[in-house]
Design a protein around this ligand. Structure first.
Ligand code: GLC
Length: 703
């Protein structure tokens, strides 16, 4: 931070009373009955969910900016005129709703995810928001957990690449620019390890796994300059994350140099009491502040107890000052002292701009994953009449997915309308929104497309499921349609991997659409009818059955590696040990072959070049996401059987061969070793240039 900025905030801090300092550590949820005096007395540092808080109370539809300005004006009547910072969950878009983050990860295109974050920042800041509670960076290995939709899947490398791009997209090069907003790396840390996939449950993660799997995306976000971090609800290894000084201070600040502020999750400070490590609110507030947590999201325990705790010597003036200084630092970095108000005139040009929709459609297209395409049924061409059926045929807001408080159904072209607009001339589309009608009409058409899957209400916070099968009634519908025997395509909308083993065998083609956002319907039509080709790859493993979970590609080998036959080498007596579909998997409308693997050396000295030829051996243009994996064969700790270390996207014309080259750097082989230090160990390695985490051309080298 420039010295002038540090001088400014330190001089301001020196003028502040204890009450004013505590006020900065307090975030309230905006509402029509929020006391103006709390704002005028400087007792609130931030408001959450101001947009919409007073809609209908004399504010126009674009009232979000005016509502923020209304509250900001009250705050600037305070003695020191310290501006509020307005926070909101702008997780995957504001009015232009992009595909859910898990879908964005399937695009394997961090730059595109970063562009989407930049659009979200432009729209949200035009609406008076200066701080988003995103990106959500929780590694998830258990798709029963509702929030798997909100993260970027199971792999630390892919998640880290996206984390950095999204933070830069939200914050830009200059965070004080009016169309940029403060990012928040959440939920720090290990939240996705909640036992049983049940949100809010505790988790146990070993230190090496915490360091090498769960922490890397957060480190990437901090290195990209994220202004804030949010502590997780989780009780991790017996210490709730909101009160874990080792993680909040020693790691985040001591090791990584984070200089922003840490906000709790919703009331998670007060929840230290039911967690059973705090006696009462004062104890909870002291524990959190001692741990290095700076702002209390809406529980009020900081505001209600820190003053007395200071008087009683239970907290120090230094830790109170440090917390207030961090909040002032980020407010200053966000330019709020220079421009605390939002120009309400920005709303129209900056929100739902045509180029935003174009980006949303591109990202939706790139995120959809083709899981099966028997006899090249897709793209659907040359058919005279096609039946489109299922619960999603009229979908509008159902395409948004979880965490989309500012998306509006009226902004979305209904799915059936979008498919009509993208179907080729001469092709007749019939629609049926009940199974009975669909089964009746199916006899009269050339092919059927079933639009099935999860309503967004099955996704998101605490939307956990005990059964990863399709929602009730849908597998019976697919069974019945299969009986009729027409070429059948399944389009599956979901916020998680579903155990679609039966349906994958029944269908001729399966396209996984996730929850694809505001332009998802048109994107789907472009892929189904061949205007564009699918290129998505799975960012998370698909299990055969719920009972297989947790199952993920970067697992350890065990002393009895999985083997389809061997009696003591399978994992279930009633199920194959392999996943239904592996991490990194995805098909195209063409086929690719890999050949001619080359390593620049069989000894790693600082770095190594690994290359291979990729050929499009099909009849259509295609995009292949070529992946680089390594395996450390022997370590002081057991090592994963594969780890993603790079990926590149190639667009190849039919017959075209391109050589793809990766540079693997020695530091990418570092891990948390048996003695707790982080570094490499000499030995032999395998390396793959691969289409997914199970196949590929394998080479060997030593370090
Ligand atoms: C919620 C979520 C968190 C969100 C916050 C504010 O409980 O856990 O992700 O940002 O509250 O809505």
């Amino acid at each position: 931070m420039p010295q002038s900025a540090e001088n400014f905030i330190n001089q301001l801090l020196n003028q502040m009373t204890t009450e004013e300092k505590i006020g900065q550590l307090n975030q309230f949820s905006a509402s029509a009955d929020l006391s103006p005096d709390l704002l005028r007395q400087g007792k609130i540092g931030s408001l959450i969910n101001a947009s919409g808080a007073l809609t209908g109370q004399g504010f126009s539809d674009s009232g979000n900016a005016e509502i923020s300005n209304h509250f900001q004006k009250l705050a600037l009547e305070s003695r020191l005129k310290i501006p509020l910072i307005f926070g909101r969950d702008v997780i995957h878009g504001f009015r232009t709703v992009f595909p859910i983050p898990l879908a964005q990860a399937a695009a394997f295109d961090p730059d595109l995810a970063g562009e989407a974050a930049s659009v979200a920042a432009r729209e949200a800041t035009a609406s008076g928001i200066q701080w988003t509670f995103a990106p959500m960076l929780d590694i998830a290995r258990d798709p029963r957990w509702g929030r798997v939709a909100e993260g970027n899947g199971e792999d630390p490398f892919l998640c880290s690449q996206i984390a950095a791009a999204v933070v830069k997209g939200f914050q830009g090069e200059d965070l004080s620019a009016p169309d940029k907003m403060v990012a928040c790396a959440k939920h720090y840390v290990g939240y996705g390890s909640a036992e049983g996939g049940r949100d809010y449950e505790g988790g146990e993660i070993s230190e090496p796994t915490l360091r090498d799997v769960y922490l890397p995306p957060f480190r990437a976000a901090i290195e990209a300059g994220s202004g804030t971090v949010m502590s997780a609800f989780i009780d991790l290894n017996g210490i709730p994350a909101t009160a874990d000084r080792r993680l909040l201070t020693n790691v985040l600040r001591g090791e990584w140099g984070f200089d922003g502020f840490i906000v709790s999750d919703w009331e998670s400070i007060k929840e230290l009491i039911p967690h059973g490590i705090a006696e009462d609110e004062a104890d909870a507030a002291q524990l959190a502040l001692h741990a290095g947590l700076d702002m209390d999201m809406v529980s009020g325990v900081f505001l209600n107890t820190l003053g007395k705790s200071l008087t009683d010597g239970k907290i120090s003036r230094e830790e109170l000052d440090e917390a207030a200084l961090r909040v002032l630092r980020i407010k200053h970095r966000a330019g709020l002292f220079d421009h605390p108000y939002t120009d309400a005139g920005r709303a129209t040009p900056d929100i739902l701009a045509p180029q935003a929709r174009t980006l949303a459609r591109k990202l939706a297209r790139e995120s959809m994953v083709l899981l099966k395409n028997e006899n090249n049924l897709l793209p659907l061409q040359g058919f005279r009449r096609i039946l489109v059926a299922g619960s999603f045929i009229h979908a509008r807001a159902e395409l948004f997915g979880t965490w989309t408080p500012d998306g509006r159904a009226e902004d979305v072209t209904p799915l059936d309308e979008a498919l009509r607009e993208t179907a080729p001339n001469g092709m007749e589309l019939w629609f049926a929104d009940t199974p009975d009608l669909a089964l009746h009409l199916a006899h009269q058409v050339d092919a059927v497309v079933l639009l099935i899957g999860e309503h967004p209400s099955r996704s998101g916070e605490n939307a956990n499921v005990s059964d990863l099968g399709l929602p009730p009634g849908q597998s019976e519908f697919v069974d019945a349609m299969k009986e009729i025997g027409k070429p059948m395509t399944l389009v599956i909308f979901a916020g998680r991997p579903l155990a679609i083993t039966r349906q994958l065998s029944q269908a001729d083609a399966v396209l996984y659409a996730w929850h694809p956002g505001i332009e998802g319907a048109a994107a789907l039509g472009e892929l189904l009818f061949g205007h564009e080709a699918p290129s998505g790859r799975l960012p998370i493993t698909f299990p055969r059955a719920t009972g297989q979970v947790p199952i993920y590609y970067n697992q350890k080998n065990s002393g009895r590696p999985v083997h389809p036959e061997g009696q003591f080498k399978t994992r279930y007596i009633d199920l194959l040990p392999s996943p239904l579909l592996p991490f990194g998997f995805g098909l195209a409308y063409t086929q690719f072959e890999y050949g001619n693997l080359k390593l620049s050396s069989d000894v790693m000295r600082g770095s190594l070049e690994i290359s291979a030829g990729v050929t499009n051996v099909g009849a259509r243009v295609g995009v292949e996401t070529v992946q680089l994996y390594v395996r450390d064969l022997v370590g002081s700790l057991t090592r994963p059987i594969r780890e993603l270390k790079g990926f590149q996207s190639l667009t190849l014309q039919p017959g075209e061969t391109r050589r793809v080259t990766f540079v693997l750097r020695e530091e990418q082989l570092a891990f948390t070793r048996a003695d707790g230090t982080f570094g490499t160990e000499p030995g032999n390695f395998h390396v793959w240039v691969a289409p997914d985490s199970q196949r590929g051309l394998r080479g060997e080298f030593c370090l």
